[in-house]
Design a protein around this ligand. Structure first.
Ligand code: ZN
Length: 148
């Protein structure tokens, strides 16, 4: 009995988002607006880093920097692998940004970004746990913010 048996089938071309906190797996699909893409999703997988993790494989897609920023907000420990012809072409840990622009809604209803056409802008105070500060109203939030 091989322990190395793959739990999710291989991807020919596309992106693998690994080490997602288990409960945030489906949130990633939502924020990346993945509907028409061919997806392979695994949840409740064992992980030394996270206990239980989720993994998403998206066929024929590379994530933009903007999309990676959104992913990092929900899965700050994620690793990204680009697959070409069943081979890992590039693999990297997600780069947690120092600033998030236009990624999440400010949780303060009185904030200018909720009342005027101003793009939201947060500064990162901490990555784990995620703590960000709104540039405009200066309120501090953890990652309960709604992703745009
Ligand atoms: Zn604000």
């Amino acid at each position: 009995m091989s322990e190395k048996k793959r739990s999710i089938s291989a991807l020919k071309n596309g992106t693998v988002i690994d080490h997602i906190k288990n409960e945030n797996t489906f949130k990633i699909l939502q924020i990346l607006n993945l509907k028409d893409e061919h997806l392979m999703i695994g949840t409740n997988l064992k992980s030394k880093k996270l206990g239980k993790k989720g993994i998403i494989k998206v066929a024929d897609k590379e994530l933009s920097k903007e999309e990676l920023n959104k992913v990092s907000f929900v899965a700050p420990k994620a690793t990204i692998a680009l697959i070409k012809d069943y081979d890992v072409k590039k693999k990297f840990e997600i780069d947690f940004p120092k600033e998030f622009v236009g990624v999440a809604k400010c949780g303060n209803y009185n904030c200018i970004t909720n009342n005027e056409p101003v793009e939201t802008h947060f500064f990162t105070l901490s990555q784990d746990p995620i703590i960000v500060k709104c540039k405009y109203c200066e309120k501090v939030f953890s990652n309960e913010l709604e992703i745009i």
